[in-house]
Design a protein around this ligand. Sequence first.
Ligand SMILES: Cc1ncc(COP(=O)(O)O)c(C=O)c1O
Length: 362
Amino acid sequence: MKNIPWSIPSLDNKERKAILNVFDSKWLSQGPKTKELEKKISKEIGGKYVIMTNNGTSSLICSLLSHGIGPGDEVIVPSLTFVATVNSILAVGAKPILVDNNPNTFNTEIKFIKKKLTKKTKAILPVDISGISIDIDEFRDFTLKNNLILIEDAAEAIGGEYKNRKIGSFGHTTIFSFHMAKVITGIEGGCIITNNKKISDSAKLIRSHGEVDKYNSKIFGLNFRISDIHSTIILEQLKKIKKFLIHRNRLAKIYQQELSDFNFQEIPDFVTMHPYMLFAILISPKKRDKVNYFLNKHGIDTRICWPPIHRQTFHSKLFKKEKFIGADSVYSQIINLPMGNGLSEEQITYVSKMIKKAIKQF
Ligand SMILES: Cc1ncc(COP(=O)(O)O)c(C=O)c1O
């Protein structure tokens, strides 16, 4: 079997036709298709207000600005995350405060956060890594009791469920990304979902230079608008989300059965739907790089996950030297395996076979 990509979306004639329809309608920038999409996401997920933006990073920045977070504020964030989570805090002039991740579930927990609270703490920005939900009840209770803002980075988690309720439906500000490797894609795209009308109204203004009407900026904002071309692709993808979730869960089951001797990212019981944006396997640090190299050499695009923030070249200079044992433990063992709507069961079986072959050699 030849070259297996790390992720491949499923885009077909439906998306092609939808793009051409928008093209022919002559309204290509943010317009009716984006409005239609915002309504559809709200209906599908169950959150009241949806604000589309041009990517997940801008959804994060727009959320932070909408909540009035800025210079002088501290925002608590896990060290193991994609840089976008922390960069969005830096972009609004607030201070990211790093906390550790659970080495088994990869997500952060309140027990790590409690130790980092100060008078300046304004918000908590946890991440649903690979699409596995944080313990939402615990985070909501804790932030409510401590008068803190909760913004959930669910960039990887659309379609995911916590205790049989969709991520994004709980009321606090949550963001999703629609980048290429995500469960549904618009090539680029992001959205904010919230039950708070004030936050939604601010986010809508901030998305477009704070303009209340043409060339009248009421508040500070930037250009986070998405085009109707991207929104129409997401609309088509949204129609297929159930099918994609079933497919991804089927692929994950093959990995779990074929590689039953290996350790995976642990799925807590409160996760009632794992969207499997990513599928991670843990291999002892002594063997991990050799196995990854072997797979890449045989045309299988496996990837080591992002280094935790405290190990990033740029970010490491911003933080005092601290230990994040859980984040480092994940980083030293993880390999993200191929996963995507466009991958077949045969491809996943083949990847599993090659992993078993590799592990025997090293
Ligand atoms: C955890 C996390 N946060 C934020 C983002 C940013 O999303 P985008 O790439 O759409 O800007 C990503 C995307 O890859 C992500 O994985």
